[in-house]
Design a binder for this molecule. Structure first.
Ligand code: AMP
Length: 434
């Protein structure tokens, strides 16, 4: 019987796995430049963390969480996002008492949402993101946005669309919610069922509806900007000025409310349409949160901001637009035994080169020279070493440079220095032996 993977999951293997690693490594490098620190948090958490953290009116909590009772009858959820976990960790470890706030965290790993699988939408997918915890300074809102933008620039993505909006403070949102209720009152009976429950739970969420007929009604709904308090307006304007000064292009999108309940003040999303014309939805999104740290048991008045990128979506657009690394060489050396009695030597030479820092592959099995060359080329090796009986007898190795087909014999004892001269690899072990 053949087993199928669970619907909405996918294997990331071989070249694709290398590409994912490239994506996560590059993002990690960029966030390190901004002095962010890696947080590892559990994949499972108590379900109430997300019910409280992500919010009861969000689609994620209402419909998409993987929640189960464990053998100790605890209600556990697979994380549907990271922010609540990172804040739980910040609170549990009392990082709010750190001298130099904010704490700047980054994370990556799988998250789980029971969504309808489709293009760019999985049930298990990888997120990479940051949280800045313990500051209310609008400069950090601006830093988060600029960091997200900088990451996408590092991947050579041109024409990224940055959408921003402000949800204001609590007063702004309360006033706006009321205005939306008044407006939708006469329309809600004709709108989709989701909107009907959103109307009761959190009318802001209606603005997120993707149903075409509903969007017609949403178009004429009141705009949040008109309900922002003076203070919230000023904060929003100030962040826009910082973005302008740093030459970050953006669009204000009145309907951007985000799918998670905890946001206040600025929210943002990054969008991109690949050259093939695919738009996989937002590649990354985030915003400011005023009360979440406190709601999850941390001190009052401690705020934060964060964003998250979807690694699958980023991968898809980079692939479509040919922006993934296509390295000329994936191996430094392929070692080929060309005689049945040379397999052990092939093994030993491979091992010797690896412990001196070279990337080496071999199958330690005899091949004819012609097929050894084919294997080395398929594996994208820069050099090929042949070992046959002649080589063993004379204590030499035949080295073929696959970039120009030149072939030479070198003495066994010169092997490491030969490659050191050619590739400048880490020769720590040689120094140790001297
Ligand atoms: P969110 O946590 O909902 O703000 O999502 C952050 C990012 O995760 C989005 O911008 C997407 O890139 C990615 N994402 C969200 N849901 C999915 C999904 N079901 N499949 C793949 N990526 C997703």
């Amino acid at each position: 019987m053949e087993y199928q993977n669970v619907k909405g999951t996918h294997d990331v293997i071989l070249k694709e796995a290398n590409d994912y690693k490239y994506i996560v490594d590059l993002m990690s490098e960029v966030v390190s430049l901004f002095d962010y620190h890696l947080f590892h948090v559990p994949v499972i958490e108590n379900a109430n963390l997300f019910q409280r953290g992500v919010g009861a009116s969000s689609d994620i909590v209402r419909k998409e969480m993987y929640t189960f009772l464990d053998k100790g009858e605890r209600l556990i959820s697979l994380r549907p996002e990271f922010t609540a976990s990172i804040i739980r960790s910040f609170n549990n470890n009392k990082l709010y008492a750190t001298m130099d706030l904010p704490i700047k965290a980054y994370y990556h790993g799988p998250v789980f949402r029971y969504e309808r699988p489709q293009l760019g939408r999985y049930r298990q997918f990888d997120q990479f993101g940051i949280e800045i915890l313990g500051t209310n300074s609008l400069y950090f809102d601006a830093e988060a946005i600029i960091l997200g933008y900088t990451i996408l620039k590092q991947f050579n993505l041109e024409d990224v669309t940055l959408k921003i909006n402000s949800l204001g403070d609590e007063t702004s949102r309360n006033n706006y919610r009321q205005a939306l209720k008044d407006y939708f009152k006469d329309h809600i009976d004709n709108m989709c069922n989701d909107c009907k429950s959103r109307y009761e739970l959190n009318p802001l969420r209606i603005l997120d509806c993707k149903v075409k007929e509903d969007q017609e009604i949403i178009k004429n709904a009141p705009k949040i900007y008109d309900y922002l308090t003076e203070e919230s307006k000023e904060r929003f304007e100030h962040i826009k000025e910082i973005l302008d000064e740093n030459h970050i292009p953006y669009e204000v999108d009145d309907n951007l409310v985000r799918g998670l309940d905890y946001y206040s003040q600025i929210v943002f999303e990054f969008h991109y349409t690949s050259k093939k014309g695919f738009n996989y939805g937002a590649i990354g999104a985030g915003g400011h949160y005023s009360n979440l740290i406190n709601e999850l048991g941390g001190p009052k008045d401690m705020q934060g901001v964060g964003f998250s990128f979807g690694v699958e979506r980023l991968y898809s657009i980079l692939k479509d637009d040919d922006l993934l690394l296509d390295e000329q060489y994936l191996l430094d050396v392929y070692v080929a035994s060309i005689d049945d009695n040379a397999n052990l030597s092939a093994f030993n030479v491979s091992n010797l080169l690896r412990i001196h820092g070279l990337k080496v592959d071999s199958d330690y099995t005899f091949h004819k020279p012609g097929s050894a060359i084919k294997i080395a080329i398929r594996k994208k090796a820069r050099y090929l070493i042949f070992i046959g009986l002649d080589e063993i007898e004379n204590n030499v190795l035949t080295v073929k440079d696959l970039s120009n087909q030149e072939q030479i014999q070198i003495k066994y004892e010169d092997l490491i220095n030969y490659f050191y001269d050619k590739l400048g690899f880490n020769h720590k072990h040689i120094e140790e032996e001297e």
